[in-house]
Design a protein around this ligand. Structure first.
Ligand SMILES: [Zn+2]
Length: 1025
């Protein structure tokens, strides 16, 4: 130091440096003011508007009219195409020249018919590099580029706040469109300054390194003259000296990976996500060209498929950079799906479709599951991942827990069956970091496994709405690859990170069971129509696959509809995206999603009919098709004569068909109106008393002589809550809503007998929920059926209310059981600890059960996912009424069914699981010859093993894949029997890869399969036609 020593005033030194790079203060004389040199106007700028998302070639044919910078255009969701003619002044030879473009909305630059770069102010991308170093030739020619500008922001167009419903009338404008000289040397020096200033601030006064940075940066101001670029060399040398003072060997290593989280639909429709992918990914490719060390991780096969069809040129570039290892497809799934609500088979299909796509397009599968932004993770995921060739998992969402801090950053996650995956939560708690010093410092400080794991991920790049990394982020990280006081920064890939973590995993802890997110618990209920669409379509696709598989061996001309099924599955999987099935999306997305369910239902119904008619010969009788692996005896509504419907008690064989033959019930249903106008119904198994207001005063299990309802409370009690969360409206229901419970008691039409048939008794009533909403319900008791069904219709026009139904039962147990994917788990009914009471609203699939020794009650449903069981009250969540981001969420008419089933013994032995399947997979009817003999294709014993899936093998026509799981939670040896002529049977994984070392054991009785608790097994069957 050759001048006055610095005084001991940290603040003035720090602020001096800050002002030197400020973009607000002193830009007339500071370094920042020198970032751009001369500017030059465009030759011309013209535009056209389109309400549709048209292609480049369509846009090109339109008549463009002149556009003046500052002019307004719109409205929201439209697209404005600009044509810019430009000629670079020849005096700029040798300089770096940018097209500077500042506008609202999200833009894509097109040049020579190709998408070349994204531009968004929100994503800090406002310039398109026309030339790194202008040549004579470049200066001589006029150039025209197109800019496609979407009239929506990164986060849609929320009116007033990000998650508010979109403002349909927003105006947009371009604020700047000109040619500029970009002073790269100023940018580089600015980056040095910014990083050093951040080091001063982030390391703080307790670290001597912070002061070293402070004195360095102060000296850099001393030697820099913004007006004289030759002075920058000295300043840069000082910065370089600081940055290259190295760490010791023990320092933490940060694995920096570029990332761009793109929600497949959220505050914008699916179609806009396609363009978000295009804009973000082409920008990543441009960065790869300039930065060979840059690695970009990218998930969701669906998005790759979108880009393949919309941006074929970009897709070929991506394929190239996948080969070089810079563009890294991750995740292995079709979309980043919700981690709670999709069925077990849906989760398998997410991986099956995803991994097969990655294999087909890029020649490799993903080794890690990637789900940074999903609202909780099923305990069955580790087994599903393992079955799909995946042993690593990355997420971070549990950092959003409202009550408890999750204790690990790097750990083994053990699933329901004992499968383990190595799991990493980036300790910075973000998947959209900026490559700044604070990201690095946070990552080290917040690592919860200090001393156990010395490697962490930093995912950098704008995300959620797309955007991705910038050159500046790369430059920041490049400065501090190994700088004493900061973690080492390694440009890395998920593969490298996880290899490091595996290599040093001896001390890691294990977390067993689900990763429950203590927030967003309203997403089990919001947008009930989407949930219903999902559940019904899951059942429909299941049935089509079973029926088509059987038809293959019944009718030699039958073609398994593999292509159509793949299309339908992909639509269903797409709607399982983590802002669609949870109901956290805008109304436009809801409309698209419901439209996809309609497509699945329409096409699916035709496929099912087609396969059923191949299964039985058409005639004037009716056959019943049962897609479930057990015999069923159920009351069905049938057509007795044209226009005349009747009821029949029908027996249907396990996975098979039979002509309908009505049987007599052992005990007919008996319906009696009692003196107090309550209605008593019994069927020899259960007896119930329905009050005038539809509540049950009694639910008696006759066969065990046990009463299921408590003395002082009634079952089937509708209750309504105020439901005003703190911020995330569609997502969150807060614990305090429980204090606002009100019973729905206003009777509009008292319970009256609707049917007193010997096969079916039913009672109907209507309640007023409010002056805007009503609930009408038919309580149905069928002969021979162990559960009572509640067919419900709600006309719903509420605001911030939550409707549920309660069953206070005479059962005492510290835990309730909930069905999840391929199994079930228990959660507490008490609130001992914060971990217990944070689960005041939980998710389950088709059933939940509360049992004590030898007796219990199960609550079944056909399209609901939200439950709570507190003490002895079992509650099913029915409808919510959030107003953001969809102002009309859940308004209208809803139909759903739930059922209550008291049982003796355990829920396993009582057949609760099978009853819940029966409720969700209706027997299907099809015309047949009266002589059609009952046929069963498959059956399994014992009952604890469930044959979930029967489908044609992906890569082998004429072979079937069957998937079974152990549902009771106990190891067992099972036998799968089939009437098909099975030639060979092979164990395979969930991706249907045969284990040639493991032929399945085939005996005369069937295929013998060993199961451990909750194990899922797939078997490939080669069948003689
Ligand atoms: Zn997301």
């Amino acid at each position: 130091m050759y001048h006055q020593p610095v005084l001991k005033n940290r603040r003035s030194l720090l602020e001096r440096a800050e002002k030197f790079v400020s973009d607000i203060y002193f830009t007339d004389c500071n370094l920042r003011g020198r970032l751009y040199g001369e500017s030059h106007p465009l030759e011309s700028l013209s535009s056209i508007m389109s309400c549709k998302r048209i292609t480049f070639s369509e846009a090109q044919t339109q008549n463009f009219s002149p556009y003046k910078v500052g002019d307004k255009f719109g409205p929201t969701w439209w697209t404005c195409w600009f044509k810019a003619a430009l000629k670079i002044p020849s005096s700029w030879r040798g300089k770096e020249v940018h097209l500077l473009w500042e506008s609202d909305g999200e833009a894509m630059v097109w040049r020579d018919g190709q998408a070349v770069q994204g531009l968004t102010k929100e994503g800090e991308k406002t310039s398109y590099i026309l030339s790194d170093c202008l040549t004579e030739e470049e200066a001589a020619n006029s150039v025209s580029v197109y800019v496609e500008l979407a009239c929506n922001g990164f986060f849609g167009a929320g009116q007033g706040s990000m998650i508010a419903a979109p403002d349909p009338n927003r105006n947009f404008s371009v604020q700047k469109a000109e040619l500029v000289v970009f002073n790269r040397n100023v940018r580089e020096l600015l980056t040095d300054f910014e990083m050093l200033i951040d080091i001063v601030k982030e390391l703080g006064e307790s670290e001597q390194r912070s002061f070293q940075a402070l004195f360095t940066v102060n000296e850099m101001v001393n030697v820099s003259n913004p007006a004289d670029p030759s002075s920058f060399t000295k300043a840069r040398a000082l910065a370089h000296k600081f940055f290259s003072q190295r760490n010791g060997q023990s320092q933490h290593t940060v694995h920096a990976m570029g990332h761009c989280h793109i929600d497949s639909a959220w505050l914008w429709p699916y179609e806009e996500s396609i363009r978000k992918c295009g804009r973000s990914w082409v920008t990543a490719i441009r960065l790869m060209e300039k930065n060979p060390q840059f690695v970009f991780t990218c998930s969701q096969a669906q998005q790759f498929d979108w880009v393949k069809s919309w941006y074929p040129g970009l897709f070929s570039e991506i394929q190239h950079y996948v080969k070089t290892g810079q563009f890294v497809p991750v995740g292995g799934t079709w979309v980043e799906m919700d981690g709670n609500l999709p069925s077990g088979e849906s989760m398998v299909r997410q991986f099956l479709e995803g991994q097969r796509y990655f294999e087909q397009e890029f020649g490799k599968r993903c080794k890690e599951f990637w789900l940074p932004d999903t609202f909780g993770y099923s305990a069955q995921l580790p087994q599903i991942m393992r079955g799909c060739g995946i042993s690593n998992f990355l997420t971070q969402k549990l950092s959003w827990n409202l009550v408890n801090t999750f204790p690990h950053s790097t750990f083994f996650w053990e699933g329901l069956d004992g499968s383990q995956v190595l799991t990493h939560f980036p300790p910075g708690n973000s998947y959209e970091m900026m490559g700044k010093v604070q990201d690095l410092v946070k990552t080290v400080k917040q690592n919860k496994d200090k001393g156990r794991a010395n490697h962490s991920a930093v995912l950098f790049g704008f995300g959620d709405g797309g955007g991705g990394p910038t050159q500046l982020m790369l430059d920041r990280l490049g400065r501090v690859r190994d700088t004493d006081g900061l973690p080492k920064v390694h440009m890395s890939s998920p593969d490298e990170l996880f290899s490091q973590l595996w290599a040093d995993s001896d001390l890691l802890c294990t977390w067993n069971g689900e990763l429950f997110l203590e927030l967003h618990n309203g997403t089990y209920t919001t947008q009930a129509q989407i949930k219903r669409g999902n559940r019904q379509c899951e059942a429909l696709l299941h049935d089509i696959e079973v029926a088509s598989s059987l038809a293959l061996y019944q009718d030699k001309t039958f073609q398994y509809p593999a292509v159509e099924l793949r299309k339908l599955w992909r639509l269903l999987l797409l709607n399982q995206f983590h802002d669609v099935i949870p109901g956290s999306c805008i109304e436009m997305v809801v409309e698209d999603a419901l439209g996809y369910y309609e497509d699945i239902n329409r096409t699916g119904a035709a496929l099912l009919e087609n396969s059923l008619s191949a299964l039985v010969s058409k005639g004037n009788a009716t056959a019943v098709f049962n897609s479930l692996p057990w015999e069923r005896l159920e009351v069905l509504q049938i057509q007795e004569a044209p226009g005349k419907h009747g009821l029949a008690l029908v027996r249907a064989p396990s996975i098979g068909v039979a002509a309908i033959q009505g049987t007599k019930p052992v005990t007919p249903v008996c319906v009696t109106v009692q003196a107090d106008d309550s209605v008593l119904m019994e069927n020899g198994i259960v007896r119930t008393v329905v009050n005038k207001d539809g509540t049950l005063t009694s639910l008696h299990l006759i066969t065990a002589n046990r009463e299921a309802m408590t003395d002082d409370c009634s079952g089937n009690q509708f209750v309504i809550f105020d439901d005003v969360p703190l911020y995330w409206d569609a997502w969150d229901v807060m614990d305090y809503h429980l204090q606002t419970r009100k019973a729905v008691v206003d009777v509009l039409q008292p319970a009256h007998v609707l049917s007193s048939h010997e096969l079916r008794g039913s009672v109907r009533f209507t309640l007023r929920i409010s002056d805007k909403s009503t609930v009408t319900q038919e309580i149905v008791m069928d002969a021979m059926c162990p559960y009572i069904k509640f067919n419900t219709q709600v006309n719903w026009a509420e605001s911030h209310k939550f409707l549920k139904v309660e069953f206070p039962v005479r059962v005492r147990s510290p835990n309730a059981t909930y069905e999840i994917q391929f199994g079930h788990l228990q959660r507490p009914t008490h609130r001992n600890t914060s971990w217990d009471w944070a689960r005041f609203e939980v998710w389950g699939h088709k059933w939940a059960d509360l049992s004590e020794h030898n007796f219990g009650v199960a609550l079944l449903n056909d399209c609901k996912y939200g439950y709570s069981v507190h003490k002895n009250t079992m509650t099913l969540s029915l409808l919510r009424a959030p107003k953001a981001p969809d102002a009309n969420a859940d308004m209208g008419t809803h139909r759903f069914t739930y059922a209550v089933m008291p049982h003796a013994g355990s829920f396993q032995d009582a057949g609760v699981i099978q009853c819940a399947y029966n409720l969700n997979f209706p027997l299907r009817l099809t015309p047949c010859f009266p002589e059609t003999a009952p046929r069963s294709a498959f059956s399994v014993s014992p009952a604890g093993v469930i044959l979930e899936t029967v489908k044609q093998a992906e890569d082998r026509k004429g072979a079937l894949v069957v998937r079974l799981y152990e549902a009771h939670g106990g190891g067992v040896m099972a036998t799968l029997s089939s009437t098909l002529s099975v030639k060979e049977a092979w164990h395979c994984d969930l991706l249907e890869q045969i284990d040639t070392a493991q032929p399945a054991h085939v005996t005369a009785d069937g295929i013998t399969l060993n199961f451990s608790p909750f194990q899922v097994r797939s078997v490939l069957l080669v069948v003689d036609a």
